[in-house]
Design a protein around this ligand. Structure first.
Ligand code: PMP
Length: 427
């Protein structure tokens, strides 16, 4: 039985194998690109890990709260047992904090898990899911993973065009994803427009309102989405403990929706999807108002520092309501490569079809300052190279683009600026 006959007559020559025979919609998924870990950059660039600054994954620069650390220490004793599948204590804490019934809550292994659960619970192969251009990439991934059809609605100035999204809902649409604020653009739609949108979405369509960054909103922008769940039986509010609560490494998120939706979502949830340490830490972090207030304050100042710095460098940016800023640097792959060489990790967003932009997470004041200084240098190096017509700086440009874009010749070899930019950006 050594021969492998082609399993699919429409694809002659392709031998039968688990990979070749996997659903086409799974094989078409582009892998998620996470921010580079510090250890990897240290190894690749021969740098000391202690000196590397990571502003690539929208993490909390304060790290985890001390209250959560203490809760983890206490919970260590019980790791020989399975976690509480029902997350009793954590659900009680969330219910009290947000004034919602316990049976409206789903606990998730990071809110990413919840987004996927919602897609799987409500949508099947061949049906459709609506989301915005430039919206968080996991909406596209969750749609593809279940063989559903994506309806991606063109953005309005990098943000969600809610009118167009409402109009795009088709007969077979089962889920709409809305990120508020959105990642990677930092855009925000105000409560009035959001509530109006909710009232226009047919009751048969689930709306997942992803509020991963909601704790960073200024007081006047905040709104009561948990209260809206009472009037909108198709609304699912998604939150995370990864950002303002500082628990990204533990993986805890939660979704709140009326009981019938919550019941269905929980049927596709792994029974032990949130581990014991994560549950204990989340209970402590939810109660830690002081840490949350510090995270908010630090982020406000950091956003102002970054946006002011970008203005001084003459860079276009999208004003942000999150803990990160999208900034237009032109040859983003080249600039990113130079930042990595300087030990600063940010996030290129070419996978979002934004090849000229970088997303920079707000860090500690000194980290923000270091990023701005490294960025100024990286941009200046680019400028000199252009003026020199590829002569004096060609070696440097060649090395950078070779690693970043795999096309040293194009950038340094006298190509036009725009052609060189294209080559660097596509890499
Ligand atoms: N939603 C948005 C908009 C995000 O930016 C992120 C994190 N990048 C998530 C959800 C998922 O975060 P987590 O799984 O850590 O909760």
């Amino acid at each position: 039985m050594s021969s492998h006959p082609p399993s699919d007559p429409t694809r002659p020559g392709l031998a039968s194998s688990p990979v070749n025979d996997a659903p086409a919609y799974v094989r078409a998924i582009a892998p998620y690109r996470a921010g580079k870990p510090i250890g990897e950059v240290a190894r690749e660039y021969g740098l000391n890990a202690d000196g590397i600054i990571k502003l690539a994954s929208n993490e909390n620069p304060l790290g985890m709260p001390a209250s959560a650390r203490a809760a983890i220490q206490a919970a260590l004793e019980d790791l020989g047992r399975y976690p509480d599948s029902n997350c009793f204590d954590l659900k009680a804490a969330i219910a009290a904090r947000y004034d919602v019934p316990v049976d409206w809550i789903t606990l998730c292994n990071g809110s990413n898990d919840g987004l996927e659960l919602a897609a799987r619970a409500f949508c099947g192969p061949g049906q459709s899911i609506v989301y915005s251009q430039y919206a968080f990439v996991v909406y596209a991934l969750s749609t593809q993973a279940i063989g559903a059809r994506a309806i991606e609605v063109p953005a309005d100035r990098y943000g969600h065009d809610l009118d167009a999204m409402a109009a795009a809902i088709a007969e077979d649409t089962r889920v709409v994803f809305v990120a508020n604020p959105n990642n990677p653009t930092g855009t925000f739609v105000d409560a009035r427009r959001l509530e109006e949108f909710l009232s226009r979405v047919p009751a048969r369509v689930a709306v997942v309102l992803d509020e991963a960054y909601t704790e960073y909103l200024e007081p006047e922008a905040r709104y009561d989405s948990m209260g809206w769940i009472r009037s909108f039986p198709n609304l699912i509010v998604s939150r995370t403990m990864s950002k303002a609560y500082g628990l990204a490494g533990l993986r805890v998120g939660f979704m709140v929706a009326q009981a019938p939706l919550t019941d269905l979502i929980n049927r596709v949830r792994q029974p032990f999807n949130v581990n014991s340490l994560a549950q204990a830490a989340a209970v402590a972090a939810l109660a830690d108002e002081a840490f949350l207030a510090r995270s908010y304050e630090l982020n406000r100042k950091g956003l102002a520092q970054l946006e002011q710095g970008f203005e001084q460098l003459g860079l276009e940016f999208v004003p942000s309501s999150g803990n990160f800023v999208l900034v237009r640097v032109g040859r983003a792959d080249l600039i990113n490569e130079r930042l990595l060489q300087a030990g600063v990790i940010v996030r290129p967003v070419g996978n979002y079809d934004l090849p000229e932009w970088l997303r920079v997470t707000v860090g500690l004041p000194e980290e923000n300052a270091a990023l701005l200084a490294a960025l100024a240098k990286a941009l200046a190096a680019g400028g000199e190279e252009r003026k020199a017509g590829g002569a004096a700086e060609a070696g440097d440009a060649g090395r950078s683009s070779a690693a970043g874009a795999g096309s040293a010749g194009t950038v340094s070899g006298g190509a036009t600026d725009s052609a060189a930019e294209g080559a660097a950006a596509r890499g």
